[in-house]
Design a protein around this ligand. Structure first.
Ligand code: PEP
Ligand code: MN
Length: 308
């Protein structure tokens, strides 16, 4: 019989002395103390959470064949490792572009295959899981769904890795306990993603919480990546925050890029232009060198040589 905890508990200071971290730390599957070994998540041929730093890039939303082709070519040429693209979009307004749905999924999957890039797609509800997991290599749970527990339970039964974004009003504890749902249900292939939280600061779309990245890396065995696009909402802030994320110990980035950001149907202001994306990819290795890391490479010999 399942033994339930009386309270949810909290990681936060103060609460942690009475909370689930202190009292039950050994039994939570997400914690590092539970499994000493760091989890490495394989997505297609790419590894997230090992020595290499993985870059996921692509448009906020799939908009059409030409746009997806341009994005995939850019992502491939820039040396990023996975292609992202939303086809079911969680939009604040019901009148905003909601995504292309299944035809968009097919466009993204075809482009991914052409360029040898595994694809990352958001699943908004349990009814989309079978369709999306037929094509996508990494299933994304968006910030707005981080505590959709029935979705998490359903995804815990799927044989696909999950990218779990932190909710914009979620504490670190709530985020890690959301991951616990996935692990507890049997899916251990989970990547955490910090994407900015809502604070009192109105000048920037969200506040990038890099301390949460360091905390999650310290306390859990899961890979942690950073989405500086949604964290800032402003393409001019994405390069500095990406470099900072690399130095903070993150295992990768989730970036929005668009061939013509001013024409984007979704999140154009935060999409890197092709030139900015290339600049970032060129500058990332020296930021990673600060923490003795490098971009992920499929060839381990090349990684070993590059690290000398
Ligand atoms: C996204 O990555 O497409 C997205 C909608 O992000 P978030 O869930 O973090 O807002
Ligand atoms: Mn977006």
């Amino acid at each position: 019989m399942t033994s339930w905890l009386a309270d949810d508990g909290d990681f936060a200071t103060g609460a942690s002395s009475k909370g689930w971290l202190a009292s039950t730390s050994g039994s939570h599957k997400v914690l590092r103390s539970f499994g000493k070994v760091r989890t490495r998540v394989r997505v297609g041929g790419v590894e997230i959470g090992g020595e290499g730093f993985a870059v996921i890039a692509g448009p906020c939303a799939v908009e059409g064949a030409e746009q997806v082709e341009a994005c995939a070519a850019l992502v491939h040429q820039g040396g990023a490792h996975l292609l992202r693209g939303g086809v079911f979009k969680p939009r604040t307004s019901p009148y905003a572009f909601q995504g292309m749905g299944e035809p968009g999924l097919r466009l993204l999957a075809d482009a991914g295959r052409r360029y040898g890039l595994p694809i990352v797609v958001e699943v908004m509800d349990a009814g989309q899981i079978s369709l999306v997991s037929e094509q996508a290599d990494l299933l994304q749970v968006g910030a707005r769904n981080m505590q959709n527990f029935s979705l998490l339970r359903a995804l815990s039964k799927v044989r696909r890795p999950i990218l779990l974004k932190r909710g914009f009003s979620a504490t670190i504890s709530e985020w890690l306990l959301a991951a616990e749902y996935l692990l507890d249900g049997g899916n251990e292939q989970v990547v955490l993603c910090e994407r900015g939280i809502r604070t009192f600061e109105p000048s920037i779309r969200n506040t990038l919480d890099l301390s949460a990245v360091a905390f999650a890396k310290l306390r859990t065995h899961l890979p942690v990546i950073v989405d500086p696009s949604h964290a800032t909402g402003d393409r001019d802030l994405v390069i500095p925050m990406s470099l900072a994320a690399a130095v903070s110990g993150a295992d990768g980035l989730l970036l929005e890029v668009h061939p013509a950001p001013h024409q984007a149907l979704c999140d154009g202001a935060q999409a890197l232009t092709p030139a900015m994306f290339q600049e970032l990819m060129r500058r990332l290795p020296s930021a990673l060198a600060v923490v003795d890391r490098q971009l992920w490479q499929s060839n381990p010999t090349a990684m070993a040589v590059a690290s000398r």
